[in-house]
Write a protein that binds this ligand. Structure first.
Ligand code: HEC
Ligand code: HEC
Length: 488
């Protein structure tokens, strides 16, 4: 009898969950702007969307860990992908526009190191005529229950397919990186400068060594001969040499119209910084659980000890080897063999490449002193107040200590306190676990922020941490904190 009652209670609790879940699910579906047509276009996500309810674990066993073999000829796959593309993009862009205000707002007084204005936010839209202050006054559980969190994980433009994806601006210069199945999603003013300046720890005297050019196989020798030693020159050559990759290769299983020799490290890490190219992380299965990842800058890898947002590889050398053997192929070593994986030799190639990457310096920060703190003579009052918030009320310093503003650790920000697990545009959002503390030195140069680029501006980063850390910053605090971050 007691047992039966217990069962009944747990059954009604399940029902309640289910009902709450369904309502939330319907809400989210509305936000994502899905249409049946667009869903059909992305294939597997339709099935997932229907099968998965919020806060219920998806049946992980149903999807294979292995990449599925492409069916049909290259021409038929391309024709189908091209036909689907308008719907795929329409669906994703309407979702983005519902989540963010993507209109152009930029700074006039402060710029990135090469002169590009900074995007100004916050860009995230708040639901139900909320204000940032009322939201910050709510408990995480309330925000979660009412689906009010403005900074949910950001899906890839076509999460079911994923893969490397390059900005429109980059495609204008490097057309071989164009995909026929989807386009990059964010407007250029939310992205780093392209091509970005390049600073070397060994040549601080020279400032930007790139001469305003995008460093490629065609010009690297002319730019760096006489500045780098022969070993570093060879490392640089390898960093700008194309090697086969999952979407860009010579087989029929590719996403470029013409067969491709592959991508170079600097296609994504343009001039050793970032082109904001996006991808899905290789080390998670099933597909819907993989995080979107935004290419991190390689500036300052010399002072870092962990590499990758979650993999935490321990050296730049390890990351270099692993990037081409596994990450290029979505963590699938089997298709890699078919597409022509390039196995780098540790002693004569990996070390050379790593040595060059370790010369990439952070951009100049003229207002910081030898401790990496604001020079009181040069800083404005607002910047000084921002530094005090960073150290005090904001608690940022706990994980982002000077001089480089990273503790070289990983932290679990437990952002899932604020949202329910659910499927959004093909991505199953859930607890993300510990993520690397990216350095904040030079941060103004590398929007969008967080591992998946969900924070489009520094103002969004401040609103995000105001909620996540529950630090209750006021309007002035937030302005001052942004002013400080812009000087790092
Ligand atoms: C999509 C384009 C892309 C290409 C091409 C690429 N990377 Fe990356 N790289 C990324 C992304 C995205 C990450 C972040 C990975 C993660 O979060 O796990 C990354 C991370 C790294 C890191 C660690 C940085 C950090 O701060 O943790 C290093 C080092 C690196 N890449 C080196 C290379 C090298 C060397 C090559 C060429 C063999 C290369 N990358 C090619 C996108 C790319
Ligand atoms: C408990 C540790 C912790 C605290 C405290 C913290 N951060 Fe972070 N910060 C992180 C981690 C971890 C990441 C990477 C998270 C991710 O990518 O999902 C990060 C990322 C960032 C980024 C984006 C970096 C990039 O390259 O995209 C910014 C900006 C930032 N933090 C600013 C702040 C500010 C401002 C504060 C204080 C208000 C703060 N953080 C407090 C751990 C912390």
């Amino acid at each position: 009898m007691a047992h039966a009652r217990k069962c009944l209670i747990s059954f009604s609790v399940t029902l309640l969950f289910f009902a709450v879940g369904l309502t939330a699910f319907a809400g989210e579906k509305k936000e994502s702007g899905n249409t049946p047509v667009a869903e059909a276009a992305t294939g597997s996500s339709t099935v997932e969307d229907k099968a998965r309810k919020p806060d219920v674990k998806p049946d992980v066993k149903k999807e294979s860990s292995y990449t599925s073999v492409v069916e049909g000829t290259f021409d038929s796959v391309m024709a189908q992908d091209k036909a689907n593309k308008p719907d795929v993009m329409k669906r994703h862009l309407s979702f983005l526009n519902e989540r963010y205000d993507l209109s152009l707002k930029t700074t006039t007084d402060v710029t990135m190191s090469g002169g590009k204005p900074l995007p100004v936010g916050p860009t995230a839209r708040l639901k139900e005529s909320l204000t940032w202050d009322t939201l910050a006054g709510m408990l995480p559980a309330q925000i979660k229950e009412k689906n009010l969190f403005p900074y949910l994980p950001l899906p890839h433009p076509n999460h079911a397919s994923g893969g490397m994806l390059f900005s429109q601006k980059q495609l204008k210069q490097v057309s071989r990186l164009e995909r026929f199945d989807m386009d990059f999603d964010l407007p250029d003013y939310f992205l780093p400068e392209f091509p970005p300046p390049m600073y070397l720890t060994t040549h601080k005297d020279m400032g930007d060594v790139s001469q305003g050019k995008l460093v490629t196989l065609d010009n690297y020798y002319e730019i760096f001969n006489g500045i780098l030693n022969p070993k570093q020159l060879e490392g640089m050559r390898l960093l700008v040499t194309q090697f086969p990759q999952q979407q860009f290769n010579a087989t029929a299983d590719r996403k470029s119209e013409k067969p491709s020799q592959g991508v170079t490290c600097f296609d994504c890490h343009a001039n050793g910084h970032t082109s904001a190219a996006t991808h899905l992380v290789g080390d998670i299965r099933p597909q819907s659980h993989r995080n979107r990842i935004e290419t991190p800058t390689l500036r300052g890898v010399n002072i870092q000890r962990l590499f990758g947002s979650q993999r935490a590889l321990k050296s730049v050398e390890d990351f270099t080897e692993f990037e081409q053997r596994a990450a290029y192929f979505d963590g699938d070593h089997l298709t890699a063999a078919k597409k022509g994986v390039n196995v780098l030799e540790r002693g004569t190639q990996v070390h050379f490449m790593a040595e060059v990457m370790s010369l990439l310096d952070f951009p100049p920060a003229p207002k910081l002193d030898v401790f990496g703190q604001l020079d009181q003579e040069k800083a404005t009052d607002s910047e000084k107040r921002g530094e005090m918030i960073f150290i005090g009320k904001g608690k940022c310093i706990v994980c982002h200590p000077a001089p480089y503003y990273t503790d070289n650790q990983m932290h679990d920000l437990q952002v899932e306190r604020f949202y329910k697990s659910q499927l959004i545009n093909g991505q199953y959002i859930r607890a993300e676990g510990p993520i690397k503390t990216f350095p904040l030195r030079g941060i103004k140069d590398s929007p969008p922020y967080l591992h998946d680029g969900r924070l489009l501006t520094l103002e969004d980063a401040v609103e995000f941490f105001n909620l996540v850390l529950q630090i209750k910053l006021n309007e002035q605090d937030k302005k001052d904190l942004v002013a400080f971050l812009r000087q790092l």
